[in-house]
Ligand binder design. Structure first.
Ligand SMILES: CC(C)(COP(=O)(O)OP(=O)(O)OC[C@H]1O[C@@H](n2cnc3c(N)ncnc32)[C@H](O)[C@@H]1OP(=O)(O)O)[C@@H](O)C(=O)NCCC(=O)NCCS
Length: 142
């Protein structure tokens, strides 16, 4: 997480909080994490996706964070994590995956990944994060 240059301290703090929650509470939290790693025993972690059932919905999930280590990017790890997420959501009867992102250029890779994975923009709030930085909501039917 610390090698990701488009995350500031507030993003890092929230993302790490969710990981800590999963490590501490396992199945007893609604957050879930899938990790991508090499096949060998001491292979480093390449990336992860954190998601969870959206409160007050029956079949919708939120993708909260997806991160691939800078050195492992552009090799399909993000795609593999999204595919694994789809499988998991489908397995537990989920129908929609929602994800929110920023319109800033730092998030272009994420936006491209979501679009290539079949997410469609379904909403946008102008100047949400700060002037000129919109919140974009994407959704995918699984
Ligand atoms: C977004 C991110 C997870 C993508 O991971 P990745 O492993 O490099 O992505 P992949 O190699 O699996 O690429 C998946 C698709 O997205 C496209 N894509 C990925 N990065 C791209 C980029 N920088 N520019 C254009 N397209 C890009 C690929 O072309 C690919 O398309 P395809 O499936 O048609 O071949 C990674 O760039 C990242 O960790 N970014 C920083 C963290 C972040 O912003 N996370 C999102 C907010 S929580």
């Amino acid at each position: 997480m610390r090698s990701v240059d488009n995350f500031g301290e507030p993003e890092l703090e929230v993302a790490l909080e969710l990981i800590d929650e999963v490590l501490a509470r396992g199945e007893h939290t609604s957050y879930r994490v899938l990790v991508a790693a090499g096949a060998g025993e001491d292979e480093p972690i390449l990336g992860y996706v954190c998601f969870g059932a959206t409160p007050m919905t029956e079949t919708t999930f939120d993708l909260y964070w997806i991160v691939v280590a800078p050195l492992a990017r552009g090799r399909g790890v993000g795609r593999a994590l999204c595919d694994a997420l789809d499988l998991h959501v489908r397995d537990v009867g989920g129908k929609n995956i929602r994800v929110e992102t920023s319109s800033q250029t730092e998030y272009e890779a994420a936006t491209r990944l979501y679009q290539r994975q079949g997410f469609r923009e379904c909403g946008r709030i102008a100047d949400f994060y700060r002037e000129g930085d919109d919140l974009i909501t994407f959704v995918k039917r699984v």
